[in-house]
Write a protein that binds this ligand. Structure first.
Ligand code: UDP
Ligand code: MG
Length: 244
């Protein structure tokens, strides 16, 4: 049996070369779990890290009952790590946060308040603590994506989210999809709520994304989304004798 079945929420944390963040993550996440509005566990997805992240993840999972991990055999990128986490989560809800601690798990409770009525609750990074250049890139990318997808979402890249697991598992996955989650939930007629959350500077480790992979590929993905929206299959089951 997959251990996440015993929980209502699985918090997926993708990790790629984040050795200097693992102990701080342990501290923040273990402090949050007893306070969580619903029974929660943590799933570290080690995306083929080449530093000491894998050993440290094992170490913190050994001493925390509600921490689990999985390794990807080689680095596959954030969207793949997120998909692996979602594929292996069997709780009602799946949460997401980055390993860089630019958001805090405490704020999951702000999102969880609304998860009963929305299929995705996403943060809005109030008062972003990133460089002027990164904020600028992100503003352009968010603005263009909003125009192309019409998702009405202010901060699609916010690394703090909670989704209904059944909706998350139906997302059409592709490299770069992690930037389109709200639009991909809306494809399935899911409802999206946005809630302001706190944001902090990255104090350890380095950003894995640059101008190219933050702007150019996501630009092309917007066209793929438009195509998918036209062709996406939504069906509703009528009478049947299969049972649930
Ligand atoms: N990450 C990953 N695989 C990758 C690149 C990044 O799992 O190939 C993780 C990384 O460890 C972090 C999250 O994805 O937890 C977001 O990465 P990062 O903070 O570097 O991106 P940024 O916030 O700068 O866009
Ligand atoms: Mg980051």
């Amino acid at each position: 049996m997959n251990k996440s079945q015993d929980y209502q929420l699985t918090i997926v944390v993708p990790v790629y070369n984040e050795e200097d963040n693992i102990y701080a993550l342990e501290q923040k996440l273990s402090a949050f779990l007893p306070l969580s509005l619903c029974k929660a566990c943590v799933l570290f997805v080690n995306d083929g890290s080449k530093d000491r992240s894998p050993e440290r993840i094992r170490e913190v999972c050994d001493r925390n009952e509600h921490f689990f991990y999985m390794d990807l055999s080689r680095n596959a990128g954030l969207s793949a790590a997120m998909k692996a986490g979602i594929d292996h989560a069997y709780s009602d809800y799946v949460g997401y946060m980055d390993a860089d601690l630019q958001t805090t798990p405490e704020d999951f409770n702000l999102l969880l308040k609304d998860i009963g009525s929305y299929q995705l609750v996403i943060g809005i990074r109030a008062d972003r603590k990133d460089s002027f250049f990164k904020n600028f890139q992100s503003k352009i990318a968010n603005g263009f994506r909003r125009m192309m997808t019409n998702d009405g979402v202010q901060d699609t890249g916010c690394p703090l989210k909670v989704l209904h697991t059944d909706y998350a598992k139906r997302i059409p996955f592709f490299t770069g999809m992690h930037r389109f989650l709200p639009a991909l939930i809306q494809l399935q007629n899911g409802r999206v709520q946005q809630v302001p959350v706190r944001h902090f500077p990255r104090v350890a480790g380095v950003s894995k994304y640059n101008l190219w992979n933050r702007l150019i590929s996501p630009f092309m993905d917007c066209f793929a989304y438009r195509w998918m929206k036209k062709r996406y299959i939504n069906y509703q089951v009528g009478d049947n004798n299969l049972g649930s």
